[in-house]
Design a protein around this ligand. Structure first.
Ligand code: SF4
Length: 74
């Protein structure tokens, strides 16, 4: 299944592909205020700075998390 979930804080959009996620929880350890696996939706993009979110997304070992700047999408 190619489910793709998107979560935006207005500035960037976090893209999560559950099929790729290994649930190693690197994101949860690095940025627990945003990545909350027990909640739905599990990503709360307003809870940390854009910079911290980007660092966390880049640390995802599986490639399940990516992001783009909203202005680039237009
Ligand atoms: S860091 Fe990536 S692979 Fe690990 S739980 Fe988060 S999204 Fe999934």
């Amino acid at each position: 299944m190619n489910i793709v979930k998107k979560y935006t804080n207005g500035e960037i959009t976090i893209v999560w592909k559950p099929a790729k996620c290994t649930y190693a929880a690197a994101c949860v350890r690095m940025c627990p205020e945003v990545f909350k696996p027990r909640e739905r939706p599990w990503v709360k993009p307003d809870n940390a700075s854009t910079e911290k979110i980007i660092d966390t997304v880049k640390a995802c070992p599986s490639g399940a998390l990516t992001f783009f700047y909203n202005e680039e999408q237009a």
